[in-house]
Design a protein around this ligand. Sequence first.
Ligand code: DDH
Length: 301
Amino acid sequence: KSSSSDHPSAPSASQLSQVAAAIKSLLRQPDYDDGSAGPVLVRLAWHSAGTYCKDTNTGGSNGAGMRYEAEGGDPANAGLQHARAFLEPIKAQFPFITYADLWTLAAVVAIREMDGPQISWKPGRTDFTDDSRIPPRGRLPDGSKGADHLRWIFYRMGFNDQEIVALSGAHNLGRCHSDRSGFEGKWVNNPTRFSNTYFRLLKMHDWKKKELANGMEQFVYVDEDLEPEEQEEETLMMLPTDIALLEDPSFRVWVDRYAEDKDLFFRDFAAVFAKLLELGIRRDKDENVVNEENLADGYRS
Ligand code: DDH
């Protein structure tokens, strides 16, 4: 019970605001992708949490397991080493924050800085000290699949159809990289500004299936009025899983609502992203995290 030094308490509010300020100042990355580390930081937080399984209470945002090959080397996480590398100097400067807290907080800060909603976030996650609790691979969604797959994956985390659609609105941000996922391109023209454009474009365009050189299929929209070289530059894309939101009637209801009502999307996204970041985290009435490390210390006694 007295070993609190082994498991120091969560950082204070003033410590956290220093970390948040440092995250803000590294978001601008002129030489990286579309000039911002924001989108890949959002994906890091999502993949750190999206391994959760409610039936076995395994996976989730505690632990920062991607530091280990078993999770970090999962092809589903290809490219996220860039996000982790962006945050290393912050971890070095503020050793009091755990990786698991830093990765999730970075997404919250990035979304807000990219004009998205304020998302509630609480500290207290701990980092695994070995890879014994890393969940099996295969728990993250596969973009080449359809609506059944989306439900299989996201129901396992405890999300419903509305929440699946709201979460998918994160594809307003960032892009696909042929050397990471094998897909290629961005969903919206300004991929570093959070909005509901993804839903509006999903509905607006006549998305055409395209086979890439690597044999993978995605959907593209080409503005035929543009010059060929501009077309290359401006082509937007959707994954088969994005198109599934349009075609499945129960998902479609929410695509329509979020396309029409940006405020509703922002509210629902903020709620569901906060829920995502808490997957696998158990808290007591004072909001302290109750996990295997501090239970072993007799934390509850
Ligand atoms: Fe995603 N996503 N995602 N995604 N995602 C990719 C990029 C980004 C799927 C597949 C891909 C969410 C849901 C899904 C972000 C956030 C979120 C890429 C491209 C693929 C593929 C990776 C690459 O090549 O670099 C699939 C499938 C789903 C699903 O089935 C619903 C969710 C829920 C989120 C979230 O944050 C809540 C972000 C941000 C990116 C852009 C990353 C970047 O580097 O830019």
